[in-house]
Design a protein around this ligand. Structure first.
Ligand code: HEM
Ligand code: SF4
Length: 571
């Protein structure tokens, strides 16, 4: 018997291609909020309705409505911006937002704290910079990521071209975005096929995320995504074609073992000319086969688990009219960024900056990172790239400008000599804006790293690259289950600790200990650091060591993410 469709399916169906009553809701000025169904739809336009959770209890006491504001996530394929686009976003953040920009783990920018009455002006300013936010959130193909590797210029150019082509091809076609935000003319609805030839009226069962990776760097975390293309290079660094990956995803729910993170499978190899039709077919098979009754079972990863990779592949090939070849060998070495200068094939320099947790602001009496980046952008002739690790690359800098840019960045603390742990850290936003956060993340991780760095220094490990990631809830926005040390919020001040992921992003971690507070996290990790310092093999990574030394069992597939959790450490 077919199961009842989820509520979101009914909202999409009734929305007239994502219009809902958004236009009317925006004009309603007695509240800073919008109605519940529209709050679901507005995600497809790249926004989340949020409220400042730090202010909730005070405002309730004063009988005021919550401090509502919107977060807008921009769509930036491959994370590449012109300096002019950077300046436009910087201006929006200062004029309409909360004066900060946040580089995200999926190579976009989030602008927080935009009140309803400023939404349209903000959207128009973003549009004037030739950017948009359609499909940055919602049940559609979202921002397409691409390895920002500027030093492999030719391979990067091909990867970026594919990322942009997939993004353009899979962008929703609904005129609702233009009508609602940009005062576009209302266009009468027509046949499904005409309005949304790929998605139809109800779009996808759940969010869908695509990346393009260029080995040996796996900074985009290709295995965490629904669809991935891994560049296969010839001896001269030219792209021969792409291995296609499917079925990765991070989200799960505490205490619900039917939900789990999963690393993607490599499905086969395709030529560049076939990549778009493969991408479209993967999307349409998921559109038709994905679970529309249970949103916790709706991502492509579960479709592939339920139907099997072979059947999924056969259907994709049938729809695309393309037979995939056997996948080709590739090797990833790490998921990290290369900080500092690197020289490109084109003779220009690329400077990777460290932006802690991606948050860029001007701190009162402290670092003026927003202002300094504005100054750099004002005279920069190259481009600006957001990395998948929430960092920034000032790319394609001619030799004569390098010293000046380096000094500006260094003075703002964007080039400091951080420890091996801090260099490889990521945290999601969590409190105060994210309504789903169970614990702090972005505001707490820097302090935790300070405490862990003291222990690492005591064991002589300060310079070792160890990947640590934290999220405020199990949804996994900072991909914590692919970190060598993963911390996932359980409740205020409490975290679950996951260990044993691979440094190159190819293996998930496993639960090691539950419900730890700050002291307990440090106490749990200190003996592991000591053992690692004393017993590791040459070149052995921390995640691999934790498995070899018997601290944690390896997770070979998403299905056994919850299996073999050691008694006594985690329930
Ligand atoms: C069911 C799963 C998920 C839900 C419901 C969810 C929801 C959210 C929400 C509400 C925010 C906004 C937080 C804020 O800015 O205040 C957010 C941020 C974000 N999420 Fe998710 N998320 C989920 C899983 C994921 C996963 C698995 C990824 C990446 C692989 C991801 C990537 C992001 C990114 C890049 C941001 C921007 C902030 C950052 O970089 O931390 N999300 N998510
Ligand atoms: S992981 Fe959870 S707390 Fe963090 S941003 Fe995502 S949804 Fe919010």
């Amino acid at each position: 018997m077919p199961q009842e469709l989820s509520r979101n399916e009914r909202i999409k169906e009734a929305s007239d291609y994502l219009r809902g009553t958004l236009a009317e809701g925006l004009a309603e000025d007695i509240t800073g909020s919008i109605v519940e169904d529209d709050a679901q739809l507005v995600k497809f336009h790249g926004m989340y309705l949020q409220d400042d959770r730090d202010l909730r209890s005070e405002r309730t006491r004063k009988k005021l409505e919550k401090a509502f504001a919107f977060m807008i996530r921009v769509r930036i394929s491959g994370g590449v911006l012109t300096p002019q686009q950077w300046l436009a976003l910087d201006r929006v953040a200062r004029v309409y937002g909360n004066g900060t920009m946040r580089l995200t783990t999926r190579q976009t920018v989030q602008l927080h704290g935009i009140i309803k009455s400023n939404l349209k002006s903000t959207m128009k300013a973003i549009d004037a910079a030739l950017l948009g936010s359609i499909a940055a959130c919602g049940d559609v193909n979202r921002n397409v990521m691409c390895n920002p590797n500027p030093f492999q210029s030719r391979a990067h150019a091909a990867a970026l071209e594919l990322a942009r082509a997939v993004s353009d091809h899979l962008t929703p076609r609904t005129p609702a975005y233009r009508e609602i935000w940009l005062d576009g003319e209302r266009i009468a609805g027509g046949e499904d096929e005409v309005i949304e030839p790929i998605y139809g009226k109800t779009y996808l069962p759940r969010k869908f995320k695509t990346v393009v990776a260029v080995p040996p760097h796996n900074d985009v975390d290709v295995f965490a995504h629904d669809l991935g293309f891994i560049a296969i290079l010839d001896n001269e660094g030219h792209v021969e074609g792409w291995n296609v990956t499917v079925g990765g995803g991070m989200g799960m729910t505490h205490g619900e073992p039917d939900t789990y993170p999963r690393t993607a499978d490599v499905m086969g190899f395709c030529r560049t000319r076939d990549a778009l039709s493969i991408a479209e077919s993967v999307v349409t098979v998921q559109r038709d086969w994905g679970d529309r009754a249970n949103r916790k079972h709706a991502r492509l990863k579960y479709t592939i688990e339920d139907r099997g990779l072979a059947a999924f592949r056969a259907e994709v090939e049938r729809r695309a009219g393309v037979l995939l070849d056997a996948s080709r060998p590739f090797k990833f070495t790490s998921t990290c960024d290369r900080y500092g200068w690197s020289a490109g094939e084109n003779g220009r320099g690329h400077l990777t900056l460290f932006v802690e947790n991606g948050r860029i602001s001007d701190v009162k009496g402290g670092a003026q990172q927003l202002a300094v980046l504005r100054k750099i952008a004002e005279s920069h002739s190259g481009d600006i790239r957001i990395t998948a690790n929430q960092n920034l690359i000032i790319a394609n800098v001619p030799v004569e400008r390098q010293a000046e840019i380096e000094k500006l960045a260094a003075d703002a603390g964007l080039l400091a000599p951080w420890s091996g742990l801090r260099r490889n850290a990521m945290a999601c936003v969590a409190l105060p804006t994210c309504g789903l956060a169970l614990a702090e993340s972005e505001r707490y991780l820097p302090d935790l790293i300070g405490a862990l760095d003291e222990r690492l220094a005591a064991h002589g490990l300060s310079a070792d690259d160890i990947v640590i990631r934290m999220t405020g809830c199990p949804n996994g926005c900072a991909r914590p289950y692919l970190a060598e040390i993963g911390l996932v919020g359980k409740g205020p001040g409490r975290y679950n600790l996951y260990l044993g992921a691979a440094f190159d992003g190819s293996r998930l971690s496993k639960l090691y200990a539950e419900d730890l507070d700050h002291k307990a996290i440090v106490a749990a990790l200190d003996p592991l650091f000591a053992a690692y310092a004393g017993q590791r093999n040459a070149g052995e990574r921390f995640g691999d060591f934790c498995i070899r030394a018997g601290f944690i069992a390896a997770t070979t597939n998403g299905r056994d993410f919850h299996a073999n959790v050691k008694a006594g450490t985690a329930a």
